[in-house]
Design a protein around this ligand. Sequence first.
Ligand code: GLV
Ligand code: MG
Length: 367
Amino acid sequence: MTGSSRSAKYFFRPLAVGAPTPLTEVPARPSRAIHFFDPSNEKMAAKIPAMVGTVDVLLGNLEDAVKADNKVAAREGLVKIAQSTANLGGQSGPTQLWTRINSLDSPWVLDDLTTLVPAIGDKLDVIMVPKVQGAEDIHYVDRLLAQLEAKAGLDRPILIHAILETARGVASVEEICGASPRMQGLSLGPADLAADRRMKTTRVGGGHPGYLVRQDPQVKDGAADIEGPRSIFQQDLWHYTIARMVDACAMHGIYPYYGPFGDIADVVACEDQFRNAFLLGCVGTWSLHPKQIAIANRVFSPSVDDILHARRVVAAMGDGTGAVMLDGKMEDDASLKQCLVMVRLAEELAAIDPELKKQYDAIETVA
Ligand code: GLV
Ligand code: MG
């Protein structure tokens, strides 16, 4: 902490008189898929009530992908959907309600916040803030939300989720994650981040065939066969950023997410990207099309095999100390801790996903 930072003992005081007390811990609510919809699109909006209970998070998008002429309609559409859809958002519903507001330098964001919080603040679980550059952006939203929550008489704080999509944001990622007790998590924003970094890609997330490693050349007639056949492997353009996000989030007790995967048709590569993020520590991802919800739910739920193994390790490790051999492999306190991460996640997911609960419960019968 630098000399001018707020003291730790004041960190959890409301930033406005009458605002709800900040949370000391971010609730671990399942959020495998954050499904984006455009509230100005009436056809899409009409499908929302039927999606409640089928996806962990529904997010009304007000930012990019909504045309400038539709910004007001999107904001008003979101208010209408939140007010008229049963069981959406707030603390008890099966599906959380999030929004992505416009960027802090845009002409729309002030009206986004001053409209949404009084109208539907009790339903909004998380506000996603795009193009975050540093902790000062979070501080701005933090104070404004406290003022608006106080005025609206809300009794629980709305949380903030930042999109990591600027080079400076990546360089300041730890500071952003720790900027407020409202911080819920971070998503990767690969499209804006690529542009901001001046990467030479034209895609929304995913790999690139040009970003690869190539096997050494074979030797032919005593010389390297440069033009001969060699294996190549595509590398993951996003590995570095996701790994940084995961550490920054874990360090601050908040949650990391993949972001958009724009090639809707390529469900296979989408699943690969999501799985890489899951294995590295992410808890969920965005969904831009209903078919990505199923992929996300599958990938971000531990597999039945993993839970079977994890439960065996937990049972074999007794009081959690020492080491045991299982199937020829050493298990100890540290592998037990990994298994407990999986088992706890499975319990949280089973509590809201009856289909998954059935699969995990069936393990007990077999084991
Ligand atoms: C998401 O907002 C992105 O820019 O990738
Ligand atoms: Mg973006």
